[in-house]
Design a binder for this molecule. Structure first.
Ligand code: IVH
Length: 735
């Protein structure tokens, strides 16, 4: 019996260290061990279980509906100071002094300065130190009973530490940290990609937190990491002498075990308020959670009483805001930008809007499918969010303008979950299948030629007034999307201005043409100053072209010229690699060079021929084929040859001459004359690959007596089946 009580106390202590003070003293595993022991005890002796036991945070079944809770003391709202400059702080101080009848020479007033958290207000009722009820604010008079969910928040004590009054209501804000929000959305993205129905992304931390608190099933709230800050007292059964000021109440709340923001402080007079506003404004982006302003409260509870209330707002407090982190604006157009690697990115051009401390006029939409998932169209009113140092993003299409409400508070419309705001539409949540081979050049609508019904394009709803271009907007080469991938890419690698710098760097890299002295800085300058447009231009640079370039003294120029000259003598494999063809790394380049022997053979190879190369599958074959199908790329290659690049050519590698090079065999059953090993050795000597299982890639199955499942599989897949005699013939045939 004692043990259960002791364990509860220990767990409470360590949970406070961990969740509230962020300073655990024992390893997680030790906490888990204590926890498990308490669970075990309580299971064996249910009479030992208490409602405030740490084991009782998550438990109980989902509710049917929320019970209404009438607040004993109404939950007030705060008047907002609309002037976001320092003047806002002075105006509030002046008002307080006037209303208290203070003369100009009276000493400055004491205030308590706090952060204004962007979450949702909660009232926590403790009786004899134990949490008995948690309620949302609702309309301020009546809220909803969300105790089952609030209990799951580790930062909220189930039992108050130290001496507690008979009854006390603690007021504060439930919120979600930005990193927890990002992690939650990352998990959501995975679920959506895995095709799980009904999953959605959350638009901002406040929405995610509010949604969690208003879940009927506590397991859902428990799975989202929520946090809490206490900032005030509601009903209290005794007038704690310790709480004669707001700042003292914060200290008391901290002593009971609640998290209280460490930024809270006392300040005297208008100037100190303005300084607090300014300092928090600077620190805002670096905080791990969203705030939308600061709050000033007259510190003395006695003065607060004198000041009283107007309607639902206390006269003694004010919220001094910051520029919003979310704003509504209009999409003026959707541009397509080409990145250094050739990736085409749709970018929304916005009616410039001041959000999160900067003016935002362009926001990336990442790719066609993100754009579709968000349902963004030219002309739409969208919500732009920029929190902390995060890059601005469009979180969704704004609900239809309702005039006043929208202008006043975007948060409210978000909270209301207005249609069109969320991204939870099931139809918009679809999986991105991976590892699918062919290139799919349907720009927007699915192309019957290459679409399986599961294709990306088909699973994301069509957005009417935007199409991905079929040609690169920079160089007009074909823009293609490999099926199963989200990005479109420009195929004009060597020619495309957007990719020039990258193409040069790749070309000059050690494993490619190995042009020493041609690094990022120089490549950048050559491109910027228009001295190099395509790779062959590198070999046409004259002495005077280097004049005026950084760090290109005479010696450096001479070294570079030597390196360029030296690079002309290379190998076909290196040259192919240096061209930067997508999916052609060093080893594929070697395979291609080995198989074809000559550049023209590679350039003119059809898809079928490319597929004959060992380890070249449909993705690589397509990529090589598309690359050389672009006249611009061929032109660049010709010019490179013209400036003197050369390599030994003509003789395909021995492998390509072997009679069975590139062919894959599977042996099955008993062959009439050869053992399995002998047959394998002969086939391999002729350049064939021998594998154990039959697939579409298998060229021939050699079947002997009592051939079983492999033979059946070959028939099923339509793979050629031959006998030993035919195999021997093939071995002797000339390559
Ligand atoms: S005090 C005195 N303090 O702001 C009035 N409220 O409009 C009682 N809020 O939804 C509130 N940070 O959840 C107070 N440090 C803070 C706050 C804060 C955020 C929220 C509160 C309520 C709204 C009031």
């Amino acid at each position: 019996m004692d043990e259960a009580a002791r364990l509860r106390e220990q767990l409470r202590h360590h949970a406070h260290l961990y969740y509230v003070l962020d300073a655990p003293e024992i390893p997680d595993a030790e906490y888990d061990r204590l926890f498990a022991r308490l669970q075990e005890l309580e299971a064996a002796h249910p009479e030992l279980r208490t409602p405030d036991s740490p084991t009782q945070r998550v438990g109980g079944a989902a509710l049917e509906s929320f019970a209404k809770v009438r607040h004993k003391l109404p939950m007030l709202s705060i008047r907002t100071e609309t002037d976001i400059s320092a003047e806002g702080a002075r105006a509030f101080d002046a008002r307080m002094r006037r209303e208290l009848g203070l003369l100009p020479d009276a000493p400055p007033l004491d205030y308590c300065c706090e952060l204004k958290f962007d979450g949702l207000a909660i009232s926590l009722r403790y009786e004899r130190g134990a949490l008995v009820q948690a309620a949302t604010r609702g309309d301020g008079e009546t809220g909803e009973d969300v105790t089952h969910n609030i209990r799951t928040i580790g930062q909220i004590p189930l039992r108050l530490q130290g001496g507690a009054p008979q009854v006390v209501e603690v007021r504060g804000e439930v919120y979600m940290r930005r990193d927890d929000f990002e992690a939650l959305n990352a998990r959501q993205r995975e679920k959506i990609a895995a095709g799980q129905k009904g999953e959605k992304l959350f638009v901002n931390p406040r929405n995610a937190a509010a949604g969690a608190v208003r879940q009927l099933d506590p397991a859902i709230a428990a799975a989202r990491r929520l946090s809490f800050f206490a900032y005030g007292l509601g009903e209290c059964s005794f007038d704690a002498p310790a709480c004669q000021t707001q700042f003292d109440s914060l200290e008391q709340l901290r002593a009971w075990g609640f998290p209280v923001a460490c930024q809270s402080r006392r300040a005297q007079g208008a100037q100190a308020l303005a300084a607090f506003h300014e300092q928090m404004g600077r620190e805002r982006a670096g905080l791990p959670f969203d705030i939308d302003g600061v709050v000033y409260k007259v510190d003395s509870v006695a003065l607060q009483r004198r000041l009283g209330f107007v309607s639902r707002e206390p006269r003694w407090a004010v919220a001094h805001k910051y520029p919003p982190q979310e704003q509504i604006t209009t999409v003026l157009g959707i541009d397509v930008q080409v990145g250094r690697t050739g990736r085409l990115t749709p970018v929304a051009r916005l009616d410039p809007v001041f959000v999160g401390g900067t003016t935002v006029s362009n926001v990336t939409l990442h790719n066609l499918f993100e754009l579709r998932r968000k349902g963004v169209r030219v002309g739409d009113r969208v919500i732009v969010r920029r929190a902390g140092d995060v890059i601005p993003e469009i979180v969704g299409v704004a609900p239809p303008a309702t005039g006043k409400r929208e202008r006043e508070s975007l948060s409210e419309s978000a909270r209301a979950g207005a249609p069109g705001f969320g991204m939870g539409c099931e139809a918009q949540s679809a999986a991105i299948p991976s590892g699918i081979a062919s290139i799919c050049n349907e720009a927007d609508r699915p192309d019957p030629g290459c679409a399986s019904r599961e294709g990306l394009a088909q699973r994301f709803p069509y957005v009417p007034n935007f199409r991905m271009p079929r040609q690169c907007p920079i160089c007009a080469s074909a823009a293609v999307r490999e099926k199963g991938e989200a990005d479109y890419r420009c195929t004009g690698g060597l020619f495309c201005a957007a990719q020039r710098r990258q193409a040069i760097l790749h070309f000059a890299a050690r494993r490619a043409m190995d042009i020493e002295g041609l690094g990022a800085k120089l490549a950048e300058q050559l491109v910027e100053q228009g001295k190099v447009q395509t790779l062959p231009d590198l070999y046409r640079l004259r002495r005077q072209d280097y004049a005026g370039l950084d760090r290109m003294a005479e010696k450096s120029v001479r070294n570079l010229e030597d390196a360029l000259e030296k690079s002309k003598q290379t190998t076909l494999a290196r040259f192919l690699y240096a061209l930067g063809i997508r999916h052609v790394g060093e080893s594929t380049a070697r395979d291609l060079a080995g198989h074809f022997g000559a550049l023209d053979a590679v350039m003119n190879a059809g898809l079928e021929q490319l597929l004959q190369v060992p380890d070249v599958g449909p993705v690589v074959a397509r990529s090589v084929h598309t690359f050389f199908a672009q006249p611009h790329n061929r032109e660049v290659v010709e010019q490179l040859r013209a400036v003197g690049m050369h390599w030994p050519e003509g003789a395909p590698a021995p492998a390509a001459l072997l009679p069975l090079a590139g062919k894959t065999f599977v042996l099955t059953g008993m062959l009439p004359t050869l053992t399995r090993d002998a047959a394998k050795a002969k086939l391999e000597a002729a350049g064939a690959k021998v594998t154990d299982s039959v697939s579409k890639k298998t060229s021939y199955v050699v079947a002997g007596e009592e051939a079983g499942s492999k033979l059946a599989k070959a028939r099923e897949l339509g793979v050629a089946v031959i006998d030993e005699a035919r195999m021997l013939e093939m071995l002797n045939a000339p390559g």
